[in-house]
Design a protein around this ligand. Sequence first.
Ligand SMILES: Nc1ncnc2c1ncn2[C@@H]1O[C@H](COP(=O)(O)OP(=O)(O)O)[C@@H](O)[C@H]1O
Ligand SMILES: [Mg+2]
Length: 372
Amino acid sequence: MPWSPDEPYNELPPLPPGVDFETKAVLRQAIRARAALAALDQAAKRMQNPMVLVHSLSLLEAQASSEIENIVTTTDDLFRYAYDPSDSASAETKETLRYRAALFSGLEAIRSRPLSVSTAVEVCTNIHRREMGVRQLPGTFIGDPQTGKAVYTPPTGEALIRDKLDNWADFIHSAGEIDPLIVMAIAHYQLEAIHPFEDGNGRTGRIINVLQLVEAGLLSAPILYLSRFIIRNKDEYYRLLLAVTRDGAWEEWISFVLRGLYETATTTLRKIDRIHELQEAMRAEIKRHTTAGSNSDLLDVLLENPYARIGSVMERCAVSRPTATAWLNALVDNGTLADLKIGRDRLFINTSFMRILTRDDPPEAPAEQTQF
Ligand SMILES: Nc1ncnc2c1ncn2[C@@H]1O[C@H](COP(=O)(O)OP(=O)(O)O)[C@@H](O)[C@H]1O
Ligand SMILES: [Mg+2]
């Protein structure tokens, strides 16, 4: 039966793809992305405090990946509640924080056993904080946001879905000679096309991407996330996923993902350089304007928790409330931190750091577009 947008696609072919996807162009892009990723991983390993990056980038990834699914929260709310969860956080903020928790529990899980179908089930369950088994009922489809009409209807039947998931997990581990970045791209399409859950497939798939990179040994810490790239290229993301189904357009899809990996690795590496510079500048400011001297705990807490509270400084630096307050006020006065009061909450925002993290560096312009 030919594929049709509103019929369950029970004939979704198993992996590996039946076409030659390792074209010269794809292999070239894979090499470029691998080099960028290796440089990023090296730079992260050399960081004085790699947790600085892990904490904040994972939160921003949670925000971006959730935003793709129309779960929107502000950076202020997200960082404010990340270190002090509270019932007053909005439903969207809570759901976004669950995404990050799901990411970390996934990372924890693959330390002790290989990524598998149950990893995906666990990740999806943690995102929703309720048991998310494989879909048992028909009726799930991907609709056009404008018209509501079905664009793609995933396979139905629990046993069939499970078979396809087993094939997906086998492919990830038995792909042999295929470059792990290409494996990741292929596996991401396949998981989305199987669409095993009633909801959360996109977010689960994007978490699995990172888990694969870590499992393959390409990243020692979770610091490379594609969701910002996907937001910038959202129409293309949807169009190319569909084009694999409709036209077998694997090369275009893989090439899109490899471009995303390359661009993101390159911009994240640049962020690390800027963070190094900021760290040195802040160290000098702390020395000049506070009595914390060369104690690096204050610097660390302001970078690990860029929305710090007085209590966070007291705890981390083991100082009294008046001392912590005096240090933070001095850094507000000299412009290093911004003071944000929300109700009874007083936060000290490391604005330069947040700017480095959130600035979406435009990808380097291709040579032919360079203007003289
Ligand atoms: N044509 C398509 N074929 C397969 N997957 C698609 C297609 N279009 C979009 N998707 C995937 O479906 C995801 C949305 O599925 P959904 O279960 O609602 O995930 P979430 O709850 O995380 O939003 C998108 O993020 C994308 O990854
Ligand atoms: Mg959804």
